[in-house]
Design a protein around this ligand. Structure first.
Ligand SMILES: C[S@@+](CC[C@H](N)C(=O)[O-])C[C@H]1O[C@@H](n2cnc3c(N)ncnc32)[C@H](O)[C@@H]1O
Length: 242
């Protein structure tokens, strides 16, 4: 009896504790998720054996644009690995300030980049840079935490750099991403390597190759390859059935 009452209270407890980091909507929470005492960098919500991390708040946006990032992460090497075509429609899910969106925009002069983010402040920062630089092929999309609001079957490639692990509703977001991909479209995740203790990133902000593959298989995506040319991150490629 006491245990049953406690179990019922856990989602409420998690919701209250996490109000400062990300909003968990209990109305759409179902048996996909379970709850625990939050870790220092987590929200206490568990999906397929993985605790979801806290969202990196917009006040930390300067971290995304830090001068050393180019040398540390080699973002241009990551974009080359995507092998984009000039006409591609590309989605950057969890785009933040647009660090990857603007790099991809240069590769798709006859296509477009859909820069999707949950935080309006990130969208505003991205739009300010876009407009100042006169970039015309980057369009922003305001996401909800359980919906990326992509147009259906329009996207050739969706990229998520250092973002997926913090989605509070990973199954729902991925269902939306898969719907947004064209048949045969590709999804690429860049996640810091959890297998490597020398990658000095908080535990829940790293993901193993095995875990990513498991979670993408759950939404029907087929693994194509893992490209480990980046110094700290896996680049995992998946495909939607043609
Ligand atoms: C660590 S930042 C990475 C930003 C960018 N990809 C980069 O590499 O510079 C993660 C971003 O994911 C966004 N995010 C978190 N949950 C999201 C969701 N459910 N849908 C869309 N964006 C989300 C956050 O607002 C944040 O801007």
């Amino acid at each position: 009896m006491v245990l049953t009452s406690l179990r019922r209270l856990i989602p409420l407890f998690v919701t209250i504790v996490c109000l400062g980091c990300t909003q968990v909507n209990p109305a759409t929470t179902d048996s996909l998720y379970s709850y625990k005492q939050p870790s220092s960098d987590g929200i206490g919500k568990v999906y397929m054996g993985r605790e979801i991390s806290q969202v990196m708040g917009h006040r930390g946006a300067s971290w995304l644009e830090r001068p050393g990032r180019k040398a540390d992460e080699q973002p241009d090497v990551a974009v080359d690995a995507l092998e984009l075509k000039p006409t591609d429609t590309v989605a950057d899910i969890g785009a933040g300030t647009g660090y990857m969106s603007f790099r991809m925009a240069q590769k798709v002069p006859d296509g477009q980049v859909l820069a999707v983010d949950l935080q309006p402040e990130m969208i505003q920062m991205l739009e300010a840079v876009r407009d100042e630089q006169g970039i015309t092929n980057v369009q922003t999309i305001q996401a909800e935490e359980d919906n990326p609001h992509l147009p259906s079957e329009q996207v050739d490639l969706a990229l998520m750099v250092d973002a997926y692990h913090e989605f509070a509703f990973p199954r729902e977001v991925m269902t939306g991403v898969v719907d947004g991909l064209k048949p045969g479209g590709r999804l690429v995740l860049a996640e810091y390597r959890a297998e490597n203790p020398m990658v000095m990133i908080k535990r829940l902000h790293k993901m193993s190759e095995k875990q990513v593959k498991k979670e993408m298989a759950a939404v029907g995506l087929t693994w194509l390859k893992t490209d480990d040319r980046l110094p700290q991150q896996h680049l995992l490629f998946f495909e939607k059935a043609a």
